[in-house]
Write a protein that binds this ligand. Structure first.
Ligand code: NDP
Length: 335
């Protein structure tokens, strides 16, 4: 459960575990309700933003103190009064961080059709982060073969996939991450052309110049702040920046300034933010592309798994110190 609104960096103690007796059926009078046994819970950076008190409900609605935190998860239907779901179905979508969730709002909620791949993949490569990488890269970045692509937070859930999509397209791909282990993964497992540890670079602008002597065509922005400022002067004319997220800013009470924005004018750079939920109606198209890539081994995917709901708070908070190596998820139960 969520304890209270957070300012600054979140802590494990901002969440706590409680036990409440639950009847394992959809209550009478709850037409359309679906009762789900949760199997896998996804740890996503946006969840930390929901722990802060929203100053503008049009942008997001905060978690309610004393209620379970909510996020993406994979589960099995135990009971259903909804015509689209039946007992035994596997599903993914928004659930509570709890063993069993009664679902009454289906925004989003998908029935899983393909179960020959690990079900946990629907928290990542086959779920929200996968769609973020796919639509963010192919639609927002307008990529062309041979272009030079840079990805920050590159070894995470979204970044590892963006880099591989860019390689499949025939691009030159460089990623940054926060440890030697992650840099090795980018180069040796995910097939990036180059990778570097941003924490060891005294000057990010210089580092980017080293990897992109002719400039960057596409920047897939996951981090913001100083990283964005260093990227801007390294952009090529008519480059594109897809603003997926800015994780370095989420826990700051006052966001950092970005000083090199005039470059956008001189170099005719297009900067475009996007939100993955806008693409959920295209889920079948995404699956048609990505499922064969997984089955044929064209895309590698790495998860970082914590066992047990009680380890959820540490798993979630760990995203902000880079403790996760790959897509972070929590196992609540296995089938
Ligand atoms: P990751 O799996 O990449 O985990 C977060 C990683 O971010 C950490 O492992 C860490 O890696 C890095 N990080 C944490 N704090 C900082 C910091 N202060 N400076 C630089 N890097 C930091 O997360 P996701 O792949 O799930 O998400 C990546 C981005 O995509 C986030 O910004 C997220 O908010 C955004 N997003 C946006 C969506 C949209 O619809 N627009 C949907 C989904 C995600 P390292 O060790 O390399 O520092």
């Amino acid at each position: 459960l969520f304890k209270n609104y957070v300012s600054g960096f979140p802590k494990e103690s901002d969440m706590y575990v409680a036990t409440t007796p639950t009847e394992l059926k959809v209550p009478d009078g709850c037409s359309n309700g679906v009762l789900v046994k949760n199997l896998y819970l996804s740890c996503d950076p946006y969840m930390i933003v929901l722990m802060r008190k929203s100053i503008d409900p049009r942008t997001f609605t905060s978690y309610t103190p004393g209620s379970p935190i909510r996020g993406y998860g994979v589960g099995k239907v135990l009971d259903s009064r909804h015509p689209g779901f039946k007992e035994g179905d596997f599903v993914w979508g928004t659930v509570g961080w709890e063993e069993y969730s009664l679902i009454t709002s289906f925004q989003p909620f998908f029935k899983i059709q393909d179960t020959d791949v690990p079900l946990s993949y629907y928290t990542g490569i086959l779920g929200m982060p996968g769609m973020t990488a796919y639509f963010g890269f192919y639609q927002v970045c307008s990529p062309k073969k041979g272009e030079r692509v840079y990805i920050s937070a590159a070894s995470g859930a979204v970044g590892q996939l963006v880099g591989q999509f860019a390689k499949l397209m025939g691009c030159y791909v460089v990623g940054s991450a926060g440890s030697k282990e992650k840099v090795d993964l980018l180069k040796n497992k995910f097939g990036f052309d180059e990778a570097f540890n941003y924490k060891e670079e005294p000057d990010l602008n210089v580092a980017l110049g080293r990897y992109f002597p002719e400039g960057i065509d596409i920047y897939f922005e996951n981090v913001g702040g100083k990283m964005l400022d260093a990227v801007l002067p390294n952009m090529r004319s008519r480059g594109r920046i897809a603003v997926c997220g800015m994780i370095s800013q989420y826990n700051l009470d006052k966001p950092e300034g970005v000083f090199n924005l005039m470059t956008v004018v001189y170099k005719r750079v297009r900067i475009e933010g996007f939100v993955v939920t806008d693409y959920y109606d295209q889920y079948p198209k995404f699956l048609d592309f990505v499922l064969p890539c997984i089955r044929e081994g064209k895309i590698k995917y790495m998860e970082d798994v914590s066992e047990g709901l009680e380890n959820g708070p540490a798993a979630l908070v760990g995203l902000f110190s880079g403790q996760n190596v790959g897509k972070k998820l929590v196992v609540v139960a296995r089938v």
